[in-house]
Design a protein. Structure first.
Length: 532
């Protein structure tokens, strides 16, 4: 066995994991790069990046994710969104996976989920692939060597891509499985090489644990004004809405790009790195992220590259549109060293409205914020999936339904109470279409989006005149310096106002139909917000 620093009283054998040929504890980047290349897991790219393929799975497998149904979580899991697994089936899965691991070479990383010591989760990742160990070392937060010597994991994740589950024996759906057992404090991942399952498993754990402590767990990015952590903003948004791009502004300090908590002390990043999409990435639009794709030990996932020159083809989605790079947060020049900030002054909910109905920015009350947070709206456009010929709504509650173990109202009420309690301003920002739906209108100008977000963050937007939107009831600025007046009022940008009204009524009904599932669980104030 070869070791980095490790608690001598907490080796894998002490966790009942025995019979492995070699175990590598807490190796650092050069050693993990060497191991991945030695084992043929990837190729060395320009600048010392690691070029890898995730095989059949180029994204998460949400339908293969299960929560073990035990008495301790029976009444607190959102079972409609988290398929249950029988404890006996989980035990068979565990035993079979451990048997499969016999004689293998494995890599261990002991890491923190959470920058706030009061709320962090100490988690051990045991991975079959060296590059998965490198990936998760980037993504989570690293204890210093002295702290590792006393590290005792609260949860352990075993990730074995070559293991294939048996649905009949293990109570799952396919050969791919992600099984969370809160009682055993153990997660088993098998049958997928997609590295994102590692980090999202930790996120799911925190999403369950933290709300029980009154801490809001959020699928969001966050930044703050330079030198002023109390001037903090968080950005909610599903994939494709601009969450990573808009939060990585050069004139703000980046706290993190994906997962955060909101505690009694303020915002804290769950992670120590970033997992950014690279499709159509450019040095002009996103220079900080683009630069990381040629930095040592950055993991480049599923990107097409020239085998001779190793040049990356950022526009090529022939493997998957979900091409990504994983890198430590300090690769971004303006990243926070602590991952901590005060209570947010501004909450920004990003949506990509391909129907062309929503304004580029709107101000929300706390009740309206809960409504739009529970809705989690964005839209697919024609061509993104087979059979999609016109815009289709996507409602992912809390802007991250696959990672929410508790019922959505738990997170919605926490968010509303924190917004109201700390006086945060909340904004709905549409980065989608204007002047018509996708195919007839045009994409919202990024210059206008940035100008409006800047005005929201510096406080100047709060001082302009607002008017009530007739469709959703939120407030829309009448005029903002430097932004086309017509853009602020979508109906005025459509060639046919009556066609806009028809499209708006259609979208309002989609919202209402989706929100009906939450009505029995919310109070009258939020119900009123839902009516617009």
């Amino acid at each position: 066995m070869t070791n980095g620093p490790v608690n001598p009283a907490c080796r894998l054998e002490d966790q009942g994991i025995t019979g492995l040929s070699r175990v590598h504890y807490n190796l650092i980047e050069p050693a993990l790069m060497s191991a991945a290349l030695r084992r043929g897991e990837g190729a060395l790219g320009r600048g010392g990046v690691l070029l890898v393929s995730t095989g059949q799975h180029t994204g998460r497998s949400p339908q293969d994710k299960f929560v073990v149904r035990t008495p301790g979580v029976e009444d607190s899991i959102w079972w409609e969104n988290n398929p249950p697994m029988d404890p006996d089936a989980f035990e068979r899965l565990r035993q079979d996976m451990l048997a499969h691991m016999q004689g293998g070479e494995y890599f261990v990383q002991d890491l923190y989920g959470g920058a706030d010591p009061a709320h962090r989760l100490d988690v051990r990742l045991v991975t079959e692939l060296a590059w998965h160990s490198l990936f998760i070392r980037h993504m989570l937060r690293r204890p210093d060597p002295e702290s590792v010597l006393g590290f005792v994991p609260e949860f352990t994740i075993l990730n074995c891509p070559t293991f294939q589950a048996d649905p009949a024996r293990h109570g799952c759906r396919s050969g791919t499985v992600i099984a969370l057992n809160f009682e055993r404090k153990l997660i088993l991942i098998g049958g997928t090489q997609y590295a994102g399952e590692n980090k999202k498993s930790v996120f799911t754990l925190l999403n369950y644990i933290l709300p029980g402590k009154g801490v809001m767990a959020m699928h969001c990015s966050a930044n703050h004004a330079p030198g002023d952590p109390d001037d903090c903003a968080v950005f909610f948004g599903l994939s494709g809405t601009g969450k990573t791009t808009l939060s990585a502004a050069p004139d703000r300090t980046l706290i993190g790009d994906d997962e955060h908590g909101w505690s009694e002390r303020g915002i804290f990043n769950f992670e120590g790195g970033c997992y950014a999409k690279t499709i159509d990435l450019s040095p002009e639009a996103e220079p900080e992220i683009y630069a990381t794709t040629s930095m040592f030990a950055t993991v480049i996932e599923n990107m097409v590259f020239d085998p001779q020159t190793l040049r990356l083809f950022y526009e090529d989605d022939s493997i998957t549109p979900n091409t990504r790079c994983a890198y430590p947060l300090h690769y971004i020049p303006n990243a926070s060293e602590t991952g901590l900030a005060g209570h947010p002054r501004n909450i920004i909910m990003l949506t990509c409205d391909a129907f062309g109905v929503l304004p580029p920015i709107a101000r929300l009350t706390p009740a309206q914020a809960m409504y739009h947070f529970l809705s989690g709206f964005t839209a697919k456009v024609a061509g993104t999936e087979r059979g999609v010929t016109e815009p289709q709504p996507t409602f992912s509650t809390c802007f991250g339904a696959p990672f929410m173990p508790r019922r959505p109202e738990v997170y919605g009420k926490l968010l509303r109470d924190k917004i109201a309690g700390h006086g945060a301003s909340c904004w709905l920002v549409n980065t989608g279409w204007t002047g018509g739906a996708y195919g007839t209108g045009s994409r919202m100008p990024i210059k206008a989006t940035r100008a409006l977000i800047t005005a929201a963050l510096d406080g100047s937007l709060a001082g302009v005149e607002f008017t009530r939107d007739p469709n959703f009831g939120f407030e829309v600025p009448v005029d903002v310096p430097g932004v086309d007046h017509r853009l602020l009022h979508p109906r005025e940008t459509w060639p046919d106002p009556d066609a806009y009204d028809t499209q708006a009524a259609k979208l309002v009904k989609m919202f209402a139909d989706n929100f009906a599932q939450y009505v029995p669980y919310i109070d009258d104030e939020v119900k009123a917000a839902a009516l617009g």
